[in-house]
Design a protein around this ligand. Structure first.
Ligand SMILES: [Zn+2]
Length: 378
């Protein structure tokens, strides 16, 4: 098994194209054809993680947060990132990151958080926008079924629980072959000709377009295949951000806060608002999910658990009369993403049963909490 094989498996689950535009995901250090026997999974790469990887004879480190994110000016021990990158490269270890593409994957980061909190019937909070395209092509009736099947096999036409979805209509195509052409129908006579054709249309996510177009060109009999690709203004339901589900039984606000702190092993929670009724429907987003506060409220969540909530955003869920529509909880970036290590390790063990896959034993967050001791009043 090589680094490339492992990357391909991860990217089938969490396509790179679903990563946010600012992100830097994929292979960060190492050769794609390097053989892999041992993998270490961590949220972040730290000097402790690198030391652990060396001790374990690790070939590949898989992280959620990319080590190489902002431009690095030098690979020397003088900077935190450059020094770690240098050490990983010198040790011949490969480094791979699945970041916002794993946030967006079904069963990804927020699903792992939802699972940790005991939520049921979990689905995306905000399906990904701007990724659905429509492919339209024109095929002679004799080859319509074959082309339709070929592009379905390549992944086109999946809508919810249905696959191979397509629409066809009949019409007439016109063309004038040049002297150098080899038309499938008619001949290069210099005259405009026509053919009875089927207009075949399918939907697909844009990251499958390349593969689907290749399959189309192989199966289509024409020398020049006419096709159009349109952007469809429709969310893609099989990738998204955040997750929403419900607890097995309702909890009062204080009980719910205790439940989160225990489930996530969070030393402190920051929150605002509260729920007038016991909390049953809960939205979550692992890591920085403040932009989904409105989506969580719109989804009818009585609580939204995320991280990196800034001071002013805590006001957003408050009503003018002092009440609130929702409890907003910042449980910590590391704490809301910690379940990702085990999630990725489980995925890799299932996909590659012969490989040795471990999760780091270190707490990789740089940030620590200082909890003051109570001041004696005597
Ligand atoms: Zn994160």
């Amino acid at each position: 098994m090589t680094v490339k094989d492992i990357a391909a498996a991860i990217e089938e689950w969490a396509p790179r194209q679903t990563a946010q535009s600012y992100d830097n995901v994929g292979l960060q250090i190492g050769r794609p054809d390097r053989e892999v026997q041992r993998i270490l999974v961590a949220l972040d790469v730290t000097p402790e993680v690198v030391a652990e990887a060396k001790d374990r004879g690790t070939d590949l480190i898989v992280t959620h947060h990319p080590l190489l994110f902002r431009p690095v000016k030098s690979l020397t021990p003088r900077s935190f990132v450059g020094g770690i990158a240098l050490e990983i490269a010198e040790a011949g270890i490969a480094l791979y990151a699945a970041h916002t593409n794993l946030d967006a994957a079904r069963g990804g980061v927020s699903f792992a958080l939802a699972d940790r909190l005991g939520l049921n019937e979990v689905d995306f909070l905000a399906p990904l926008e701007d990724h659905v395209v429509k492919l339209v092509t024109f095929v002679p009736a004799s080859h319509a079924a074959e082309v339709r099947k070929a592009i379905a096999v390549a992944g086109a036409g999946v809508i919810g629980n249905y696959d191979a979805c397509a629409f066809t209509s009949a019409g007439t195509g016109y063309f004038r072959p040049s002297e150098d052409s080899q038309p499938f129908i008619g001949e290069a006579s210099g005259e405009i000709q026509s053919a009875e054709e089927i207009r075949l249309e399918v939907q697909l996510p844009d990251w499958q377009l390349e593969g689907v177009l290749s399959a189309l060109k192989v199966a289509h009999p024409y020398e020049e295949v006419a096709y159009d690709v349109y952007k469809v203004q429709q969310p893609y339901r099989d990738a998204g951000l955040g997750a929403v589900g419900h607890l097995t039984s309702p909890l009062e606000t204080e009980e719910f806060l205790d439940h989160i702190a225990n489930a996530l092993d969070a030393p402190a929670l920051r929150y605002s608002g509260g729920s007038a009724s016991p909390i049953l429907r809960v939205a979550v987003c692992g890591g920085s999910g403040s932009d989904l506060i409105g989506r969580a409220a719109a989804a009818g969540a009585q609580a939204f658990v995320t991280a990196d909530v800034t001071y002013h955003r805590f006001f957003e869920i408050l009503d003018s009369d002092g009440g609130s529509s929702m409890l907003l909880v910042d449980a910590g970036h590391y704490e809301t993403e910690k379940a990702t290590d085990e999630l990725v390790a489980r995925f890799l063990r299932n996909a590659f049963p012969d490989l040795s896959v471990s999760t780091t034993k270190h707490r990789t967050a740089a940030m620590r909490h200082h909890i003051s001791s109570p001041v004696s009043s005597s």
